[in-house]
Ligand binder design. Sequence first.
Ligand code: ACM
Length: 522
Amino acid sequence: MKKQNTILAFVVLTVLFGQMACTPTDLSKASIIPKPVSIVPTGDSFDLTDQTDIYVQGESAELLGIGQYLADKLNPSTGLGIEVKTTSEAPASGNIYLSLSENDAELGDEGYELTITDSSVKLTANKPAGLFYGVQTIRQLLPSKVELATSQKGSWKMATGTIRDYPEYGYRGSMLDVARHFFEVEEVKTLIDQLATYKMNRFHLHLSDDQGWRIEIKSWPNLTTHGGSTEVGGGPGGFYTQEQYSDIVKYAQERFITIIPEIDMPGHTNAALASYPELNKNGKATELYTGIEVGFSSLDTHKELTYKFIDDVIRELAALTPGEYIHIGGDESHATKIEDYIPFINRVQDIVEAHGKKVLGWDEIALATLKPNTIVQYWALAENAVKGVKQGAKVLMSPAKNAYLDMQYDSVSTFGLHWAAYIEVDKGYNWDPANLVPEIKRENIVGIEAPLWSETVSNRFEAEYLIFPRLLGYAEIGWTPVELRNWDEYKVRLANHGERMEAMNISFYPSKLVDWNVKDKK
Ligand code: ACM
């Protein structure tokens, strides 16, 4: 009898301690990435139950969409059957409430305030984008298993308190090179979902290069039928029809992400030159190219047909682009004389403007005369970016040594290159865009973009090895004020995202610098 009591007491205590250990009550200890601007904990917890529903204020389709997005994230794993309902006032206790209140200047267009008590979750923002980012925070406050696609046992509790949060930079993005290797629509959508999870809002698609042309242009069909027919290593390549591309753009828009399409020129154009003999100086088509050298191709800047071609391409692309910007590349045009390059970039800026869009380009474009709204993407030469600043242009920060996702982590990395640097996870995190180049100050910078060039990766999982976990760091650099960022504190939050990334089926690189909290220690 005595022994039985002891066993019973042991079982009761084990269950109690287990529950205490699993019940989050300190909101300040939550592993949120990017780190919020302010967290005030209140020391209790909210329990998501089968009585919980999501209420959105008013009848707005956009708010209903955000509520449904959250329900779709929560229902498969929790099995709680959370429904989305509209309401004109705050719902009864036990529910989640999403509402707009247009008068909180500090939160801006993308900020949110999340107030969690033991009986309610209230999310408010000035704009729908803020609610969407607050929803990402809610996901991260729940146990990692919430991200699994199948029904999970267990409780679904969140610590209580108030989070007020808004981004440091307006442009927080990544880039995928779909030209060196083609990526299927579903792979692109998966990456868009991942960017949204970390509150990124721009996705740059590098749609053409020497090895492939990936976007259907109806007035120049050979660009894709021939120029899209291969890729690095000689694989079958591929391209997006305009309908598929529009589907990607819409999918991104629903996640508050603007697609920035890039047509690289005048260099990086072999796929176009191989598709149309008349674009070449000698009237002969080049061969398709499946290697990884750069800098050997150029459009003929003296041919009038070149500008007709560009005008057609930009016209069709602009019609598919709700975003303000079209990226014209402009990098590594080693086969174009500088005296040809400058008037070419000037003329292409006019073409983009004529189709109602603004220009983004790699830092070399600052050698030309920039239009007032042109943005210079700093990747290689600070002196180029500074030339842009001196012309009044804003800078997008993608320094290859700090922010290129295709750089290897170290000399034994499975994928990637290292011509700019090895970028371990700490090095990718530990820098400040506004404190890298003395002449490029905070007020000159629109934000940060981490590009993935795809010479060495050909599918989603290979790409993820390079993208993750570094993307989380770039998301935090873009969102969180530099004073709140610190590697030693970040790496603990990142460790806790190991299990979350696993649950999202992300094949991340398990850097030895991080003591990963994962199911199967790698
Ligand atoms: C670049 O990496 N060539 C922009």
